[in-house]
Design a protein around this ligand. Sequence first.
Ligand SMILES: CC(C)(COP(=O)(O)OP(=O)(O)OC[C@H]1O[C@@H](n2cnc3c(N)ncnc32)[C@H](O)[C@@H]1OP(=O)(O)O)[C@@H](O)C(=O)NCCC(=O)NCCS
Length: 248
Amino acid sequence: MYIEMLDILKVIGVFIAAYAGFWLLMALVFIGEIRAIFDRDPAARGFFGFFEVVFTYAGFHALVFYRIARLFLVLHVPFLPRFISQIARSLTGVEIHPGAKIGKRFFIDHGMGVVIGETTIIGDDVTLYQGVTLGGTGKESGKRHPTLGNDVFVGSGAKILGNITIGDHVKVGSNSVVLHCIPDNATVVGVPARVVRQNGKPVYTENPLVDPVWDKIKVIDAEIDCLAGKIGCDLNKDCELRTRRKGA
Ligand SMILES: CC(C)(COP(=O)(O)OP(=O)(O)OC[C@H]1O[C@@H](n2cnc3c(N)ncnc32)[C@H](O)[C@@H]1OP(=O)(O)O)[C@@H](O)C(=O)NCCC(=O)NCCS
């Protein structure tokens, strides 16, 4: 009985040592990604923060599994790449197709619910939050998933759909649905997503076909202007919010 307990403890010890050894080795191999997590996640800090990232961050684990699966795909090993990707999905809640191409210092914060399709291309220094989908529209074949530039930030729950290109340094607001190409240095928000900032300056979308909500807002805006005129109020001077939004 005593010997049996000792054996069980030994097996558990070996398992823990193998697990710890594997992730520490991966931390060395992917040290650039670990640094990126420290740069971008305020919750990752200090000496013990390193161990938290290495042993508990689902986004980091998902990336390591993806790199391994991708290696097997590049080596034309059948079945195994998708098998690894589905195991990773069960363990981390993140599904990355091994066919996707992902650049350096990629970071998925929180992880759960992220889906990255087969023909997705992702540049360097990209950050995704939980619930992001980089998917197809269901209407295309071939290259049917998005291409993201460098230094792109995608907020939680955002969906980027179809073979579209998202430029460098783009921010996608949480829960946005992006269906069209986005230029460099833009911030996009909403459903469907529209550019609200370009090179740090506010932008107004004028196309009612793209944004019926904005069309309605324009009508309300005109009505307010009309009423303000009737009471002799110059909103461009007297309304602080409007002055700020026009960048004056
Ligand atoms: C879009 C985002 C990145 C901010 O980018 P930014 O370039 O700094 O833009 P701003 O904050 O100046 O916002 C620009 C406009 O978009 C609006 N906006 C910002 N985020 C939005 C969103 N997700 N949905 C709808 N509108 C949004 C702002 O209200 C602002 O409107 P205004 O000009 O009428 O005031 C940020 O709002 C966001 O969504 N971050 C995601 C964070 C996240 O996922 N966190 C999860 C943590 S667990």
